[in-house]
Design a protein around this ligand. Structure first.
Ligand code: NDP
Length: 252
């Protein structure tokens, strides 16, 4: 995507990122801070989140706070408590990037282990839904809120062996579409499909692939910025590809 955002694109915006400790989420958190946002980091690993907050500060960004939430074990009550804690420090949320995700096993359907299947659904769908429910009141306080989910190519077209992960991403697309209709005119809701990107998850999914052939998280940030800022103000109910035209599957 060719997009040259204004340096102050996200000034006065408060943006929460899940899975902010690593990979694409870490890069998104750093990038949002560079464009002026006050960033709230959510994840399950305190040391990694603290390191991201420190980097934001070292780069001259606004001080960011981090909060621990393990999507694998979270309950609706834990999500409500998190929203409550956030509301003590912040008046509203202008953006939420649901980025945290779990891959599970890349094996045929008849070999998908039910406990791994349930973990993938819990992190990618159920936990993400519970957190969304808890954060909606804060998002609705913004006059230009943007709620962004993270999908995948296998969330739009099923592919052999992608099992629970693919099914969870179809569910993510559905959740986005339902919410986009329900909050039409109040909150925009979209998905990003990052496309193959050089992260730990990608290396686990394609261990034989040469990572150098992949875009880095930094390369795909233009779309992440565009969807959080006012340049995409009227867009809702859509899945956007961060790498349009890229053929899904292993990079040759
Ligand atoms: P990584 O594995 O590099 O990072 C995943 C992030 O999610 C980490 O911050 C991780 O935390 C966090 N996370 C995982 N499980 C939990 C949990 N139970 N509770 C809270 N946080 C959790 O993945 P990517 O950066 O590659 O992926 C980011 C998103 O993009 C995912 O939704 C993925 O499905 C999607 N995606 C990625 C593609 C790619 O090629 N990379 C392609 C298509 C979609 P921790 O640091 O503690 O492990």
């Amino acid at each position: 995507m060719h997009y040259q955002p204004q340096r102050d694109l996200l000034q006065n915006r408060i943006i929460l990122v899940t899975g902010a400790s690593d990979g694409i989420g870490r890069e998104a958190a750093l990038t949002y801070a560079r464009y002026g946002a006050s960033v709230i980091l959510v994840g399950r690993n305190e040391d990694k989140l603290r390191a991201v907050a420190q980097q934001i500060q070292q780069e001259g960004g606004l001080a960011s706070q981090w909060f621990i939430l393990d999507l694998l074990t979270c309950t609706p009550e834990a999500c409500q408590q998190l929203a409550q804690k956030i509301s003590i420090h912040y008046p509203r949320l202008d953006g939420v990037l649901h980025n945290a995700g779990l891959l599970g096993d890349v094996v045929p359907m008849d070999q998908q282990k039910i406990d791994v299947w349930q973990d993938v659904m819990q992190v990618n769908v159920n936990g993400t839904f519970m957190l969304t429910q808890a954060l909606l009141p804060l998002l609705l306080k913004s006059d230009s809120g943007s709620l962004v989910f993270t999908s995948s190519s296998v969330g739009q077209q099923g592919r052999a062996h992608w099992g629970a992960y693919a099914v969870s991403k179809f569910a993510t697309e559905g959740m986005m579409q339902v919410l986009a209709e329900e909050y039409q005119g109040q909150l925009r809701v979209n998905c990003i499909n990052p496309g193959g990107t050089r992260t730990g998850m990608r290396a686990n999914a394609f261990p034989t692939e040469d990572p150098q052939k992949l875009k880095t998280p930094a390369d795909i940030m233009p779309l992440y910025l565009w969807l959080m800022g006012d340049d995409s103000r009227r867009k809702t109910g859509t899945t956007f590809d961060a790498q349009p035209g890229r053929k899904p599957g292993i990079s040759q």
